[in-house]
Design a protein around this ligand. Structure first.
Ligand SMILES: [Zn+2]
Length: 310
């Protein structure tokens, strides 16, 4: 029965659950005045962000290339992860500020029983959905459905949130039983530190993608190994590859390079060789799109000069 729930539906459910969780946890903070519970509520925004991000990945990013976007839509995911990273860091900053204020001026908690009950209720929602999503993701994986990874990652995120909430609930209950008011802001600071970590991770992901990060070193080595098969070390003037640049865009990979050959070769011969090189590259590195510029041995394309880039 798990196969009947599509990755998209699961991620929409995850977004709804995140909104419900945020509402319950905010209410828990409102009735108790605990900054620990407030930090837990704000951390649920991380879940909301993660679920929206995953939904963007299985919808926009997987759309095929069209006339306006001939290179596909794979970079769409970086917008959301960058934006979410900024939001999340803002939330962490707000928690940190409130927690430090509370450390300097401790306040007793009100209605802790009701607050903790609301928190536990939100955790039951999250935990239940996480288990369901994990099972569905496994079924989708086995069936080879696209988007299974996104669902799996989101379920993992939800589970992490469950553990955080359990920690916060135990901490706030301890504040109630011991009367150690300083413990509440301390819990909030610990949660804030975790949120900062998540936010920085999202922003690094976004900047790597938007800044056209090169392919992993082992893939670059693989490309050079393939190109080396076409050159003859004893006759270096015959065929030469240079200006090799790689970049990653979401799930896709790109390489562009120069292929220098004797000027006397016919265009037919040059084009046939280029096709062989392209095919060898694409079969060695899955998902790679190669752009190869043909040039005579003694001519260099000048737009790659450093002075032109400036
Ligand atoms: Zn060149």
């Amino acid at each position: 029965m798990w196969q009947r729930i599509s990755p998209r539906q699961l991620l929409v459910a995850s977004i709804v659950a995140a909104v419900v969780t945020i509402a319950l946890k905010t209410l828990a903070w409102y009735v108790t005045g605990s900054v620990g519970l407030l930090s837990d509520a704000l951390e649920s925004f991380v879940n909301l962000a993660a679920a929206i991000f995953a939904l963007a990945m299985v919808t926009i990013a997987q759309r095929p290339a069209d006339d306006d976007h001939p290179y596909g839509h794979t970079k769409a995911e970086y917008f959301s992860s960058g934006f979410e990273g900024v939001l999340i860091l803002g939330a962490a900053l707000a928690i940190g500020w409130t927690a430090v204020e509370r450390l300097l001026a401790p306040q007793p908690l009100e209605a802790p029983g009701l607050g903790l009950a609301l928190s536990v209720a939100s955790t039951v929602v999250n935990g239940g959905l996480a288990v369901l999503m994990q099972r569905a993701a496994r079924a989708h994986h086995a069936a080879g459905v696209a988007g299974a990874e996104a669902v799996e990652a989101d379920a993992r995120h939800l589970m992490t949130d469950v553990y955080t909430t359990v920690g916060v609930v135990v901490g706030v209950a301890a504040v109630y039983f011991t009367g150690w008011l300083w413990l509440d802001p301390l819990i909030a600071l610990a949660v804030a530190a975790n949120i900062v970590r998540e936010g920085l991770h999202l922003m690094r992901r976004a900047s790597d993608g938007l800044m056209d990060h090169a392919l992993d070193p082992q893939l670059q080595q693989e490309i050079e190994r393939v190109l080396a098969q076409f050159t003859d070390p004893h006759r270096p003037g015959l065929l030469r590859f240079d200006h090799i640049n790689t970049r990653r865009s979401g799930q896709r990979r790109f390489v562009d390079l120069h292929m220098h050959m004797p000027a006397a070769w016919s265009l037919r011969r040059a084009a046939a060789l280029r096709t062989s090189v392209e095919q060898a590259l694409m079969s060695a590195v899955p998902g790679l799109r190669a752009t190869i510029q043909l040039l005579p041995s003694d001519v260099e394309a000048h737009f790659d000069d450093e002075k032109d880039i400036k």
